[in-house]
Every structure is written in C-alpha cells, then in structure tokens.
Design a protein around this ligand. Sequence first.
Ligand code: CP
Length: 312
Amino acid sequence: MLGKDLLGLYETSAEDITLILDTAVGMKKLLTQNLKKLPHLQGRTVTTLFYENSTRTRCSFELAAKYLGAGTVNISASSSSVQKGETLIDTGRTLDAMKNDVIVIRHPMGGAPRLLAKNVRASVINGGDGMNEHPTQALLDFYTMREKFGSFRGLKVAILGDIKHSRVAKSNLFGLTKLGAEVTMYSPATLMPQGIERMGAKIASSREEALRGANVVMGLRIQLERMHGGLFPSLSEYDKFYGVSKEHLKFADKDCIVMHPGPVNRGVEFTSDVIDGANSLINEQVLNGVAVRMALLFLLCKNKQGGNENNG
Ligand code: CP
C-alpha cells in the first residue's frame, strides 16, 4: 500500500507502481478529452518547493494539481526565506501550519525529501534529489513503455548517457528490475557508478552492444553542472563515441521507442533526427508525466482521510 509519501522506487513495490500506472490510465483519458476542471482534489493544496531548476517536473505537478481541482503554491528557494537562512524543516513546518497537503520537493542533496517527510504532516513527493532518485520521472517512463508494449516482462531497455549523475537512471533501474525488464547501461567509464551491476544493471562494453535488440533506447543528459573535473574530453567527442544517431538506431529493435527525460542536449546524447524521428516518444513522455502525477496526487490524498490535520 502506498504510504504517506513517495520518496523513491527503491522502496516502492511492483504492486504500488502498477497501482499508480493503472490509475494514470483513467487520468490520461480525462486529459485527452480536455477535461481539466475535475473535482478529485477539491479543497487540497499542493506546494512545489524547488531548490533546483525545472521545467517539466514542476509544471506538470502544478498542472496535474490544478486539473484535479487543488490549490497550488510554487516556492523557489532563490526567492523564499531559505535565502534568509530558514532550514528545510522549518520551511516544511511553515507549510504544515498553513494546512498545505502535499509538498513536491526538488533538492540538490540526496535524502532531503526523506528528511522533510519525517518532519512534516504533509505528504512529500520526491521531485528529484541530487544524484539519488527521481521516482515520478521513472513512473512516467514506465507508463510510456507499458502503453507501447503492454508489459515489462523481458523488455530490453538500453540506458545511455551520464549514468553516474543521473537520478533518473537509478529510479528506472530500481523500478524496471522489479517489473521484470532487462536494463543495459552504457556510458564512458568515468560516468558509470561503481557497483551498479549489483543493483541489477548489465553494463555494455560498446554502443552497439547496448543497442542490439533494444525495445527502449533511453538517453540521459550529460550533467555538466554536477561535474567537478574533466570526466570526458568534450561534448563533441562524447557525441562521436557515445551519442546515438539514426544509423546507430539500426542496431535496436525496428519497433524500438526512443525516450529521454529532458532537457535534451541536441546533438550530444541524440542527433536531431533521433529526437524528432518516428521512434521518438519524448513529447508523449511529457503528456504521460501529467497523467502519472495526477494519479499519484490523487492516490496520496485519498490515503489521507480528512486532509492535513489528521496526519502525523
Ligand atoms: N525530466 C526532468 O526532470 O525535467 P525538468 O528538470 O525540466 O523537471
């Protein structure tokens, strides 16, 4: 059973993942019928508390909450009392005092959402914490894969890019292995975290090996902002040896889907003909992100009988 918070997929069961995906099916139907004034979360308030930049995660949580009838508040660390020295816990307790129901947090430190969740009555959703997890990105990725292929059993997922700094890679790996998919990863050795095989990933020794027969080709952004040394010579050399072009896609299954959590570095992880090509579901991922986040907000609020005051 889903609990008060969603902090990561490491601790989330396959049953809970499936419940969220199943609930998102109905939400997507409503979205595609342009039904965007729904009563499910009437009287609830959802706050996005972002200490790092975001376009997709923040907007889609805000829209998901609004479409379901919730009130929304957006806090950027750069324009809040965090700048005056307020702690994360005090910020969370301030929101609790205002009867806020859900906090979606993005933070550069892994574990910050867990610390917040332990100290507030509101439900906490991890919108990405450092290099740790980004569970709702992985959930929308799973939704996109399941919509295309029907099931995860035996699905070959190739993940290429900056694995080391990627919270998306970790949440995908934790969830996909529970759901029965095979995950193969490929990156420069300097961008591959040690011990990732022990978490269930297969490491490919070449781009072609990673792509061969893949049903899903997922690219990950090179996160220059998290690199404090030269982990590879240059972006153009990255593209030459690790990037995926239409030619490389020929190694994958002919019906493969191309995915990327965004933002994409065009011409680095993927060439434009891959990003905009017939196999690409990158924009569909964004739509599915709203449906999945609607489902998650609905399920977490349903679990909280009577709202904020009855929790904790
Ligand atoms: N995929 C993702 O997390 O994108 P944003 O950084 O724009 O939220």
